[in-house]
Design a protein around this ligand. Structure first.
Ligand code: EPU
Length: 412
């Protein structure tokens, strides 16, 4: 439950990035031995990825923000439906399992609230490396004696397809060049971990990644990069409630486009030795927003930006270029009094001074967090149902907002 709050103040720490740790956990299937991952967020998706690894035969131990993963000589290279259905990111075990064991069987993820979520690019890239695929009974099975390096040109810089290709190419014979690769900081983090394991990857974080395959990788210790989407959530919270906060650990270099956009809206944000300092002292101005692959504005920031526009002075046009169905939370914001019209992949947001608290439902992780942020500027109480979606991607969400002075509590 969220009640409106006055200006926020204080310091909030950022946890490790969900979209990095899940992939680094998948990468631990590439080598036998004991991995130590640090700065791991305590979120449901990490628990589920741990369940998936355990199901394959690995031993996963959580101790604070450290996760230890023991990877035995042999694994069952299979991701069952119950786990993939719960967490779509499970698909990233396909590439590494195939590379190490010559086969992998993964349940096909269906569509979700964002619309259809195909994996055709993952499959085409792995086929280019020599894998053969069959599909039956809702599972996709890949086989290859030894993957062979080649040039892979992705149709679109898909995050998941880049990661699956990368984790397959590290053990392939010869050189793989991934062109039109996704450039997200989480991909650079995964590549840094793989390189420490003995892989030879150049160019991760740019659109051309070159991988020289090696015969074997070793376990390592790796600290996960901070979560830029979580950091953005606290910036948006101060954008709605006003005040002055420091987002400790945030990486300004990973968030340049967002910081620029929020600056155009009238927030003052600057790097400080601790992370990012942010101040919102007057009503924000509307801007137009268009989501793009990194370094463009992330689609995961969009619900937060829609919320900021819902309070801003003027009209902002928001264009979603990645996922067809990612506007579901708009209906909930409208129920809270926001003036938003959607048409196809556009939303026209006309700012109002205040919203009005209402019972709402969190449709997914990011939209759930954005509804909580919106509620900070809504008169009365907002009760968010299905708030466990938020726990999939945010560590101690309620406690961190409370520490900034927000009036938020978790209801049983
Ligand atoms: N696509 C295809 N075919 C494919 C793969 C992707 O058509 O084979 C399309 C998708 O349907 C989508 C676009 O390409 O329209 C981009 O998808 P991408 O593969 O880049 O996304 P993803 O890897 O499935 C990750 C994050 C998402 C984030 C997107 C975009 C993880 C676990 N998920 O998904 O994060 O929105 O990249 O940046 O890394 C979240 O954290 O809540 C979340 C949904």
């Amino acid at each position: 439950m969220v009640r409106p709050s006055g200006p926020l103040s204080g310091t909030v720490p950022v946890s490790g990035a969900k979209n990095s740790v899940l992939k680094v956990m998948a990468a631990t299937t590439l080598a036998r031995g004991t991995f130590t991952l640090r700065n791991v967020p305590a979120i449901a998706d990490v628990t589920w990825m741990g369940d998936l690894l355990a199901e394959m035969g690995m031993v996963v131990t959580h101790d604070g923000d450290t996760v230890t993963i023991d990877s035995p000589d042999d694994l069952r290279p299979e991701a069952p439906y119950e786990l993939v259905e719960r967490m779509r990111a499970s698909i990233v075990v396909l590439g590494p399992l195939l590379a190490r064991f010559g086969r992998a069987r993964v349940a096909l993820p269906g569509g979700d609230d964002f619309g259809p979520r195909p994996i055709d690019m993952h499959v085409r890239a792995l086929e280019a490396l020599g894998a053969e695929f069959t599909t039956a009974h809702g599972y996709i099975e890949a086989r290859a004696d030894r993957l062979l390096g080649t040039r892979v040109l992705l149709d679109f810089p898909s995050v998941g397809a880049t990661e699956n290709t990368l984790m397959a190419a590290v053990l392939a014979k010869g050189t793989t060049v991934i062109d039109n690769a996704a450039r997200e900081p989480e991909i650079a983090d995964l590549a840094a971990c793989l390189n420490r394991m003995g892989a030879q990857i150049l160019g991760a974080g740019t659109s051309t990644i070159t991988v020289e395959g090696v015969d074997e990788l070793s376990p390592v210790e790796h600290a996960i990069v901070p979560d830029r989407i979580e950091a953005a959530t606290y910036l948006a919270a101060v954008g709605v409630a006003g005040g002055e906060i420091t987002v400790q650990g945030a990486r300004p270099d990973h968030m340049s486009m967002l910081v620029q956009k929020l600056g155009e809206m009238g927030m003052r944000i600057s790097p400080d030795p601790d992370g990012l300092w942010a101040l919102r002292s007057q009503r924000l101005r509307s801007v137009d927003v268009s989501t793009l692959p990194y370094p463009g504005l992330a689609t995961d920031y969009k619900p937060l930006l829609v919320v900021l526009l819902a309070f801003a002075d003027g009209v902002g046009i928001v264009t979603e270029n990645l996922f067809s169905g990612r506007f579901r939370y708009v209906d909930e914001l409208v129920r809270m009094g926001a003036d938003i019209r959607t048409e196809g992949h556009h939303a026209v947001v006309r700012g109002v001074e205040r919203l009005s608290g209402a019972p709402v439902r969190a449709p997914d992780i990011r939209a759930g967090a954005a509804l909580a942020v919106a509620a900070l500027g809504a008169d009365g109480e907002t009760v968010i149902a299905d708030a466990d979606h938020i726990d999939r991607g945010y560590e101690r969400f309620v406690e961190k907002l409370q520490a900034l002075g927000a009036d938020v509590e978790r209801l049983d």
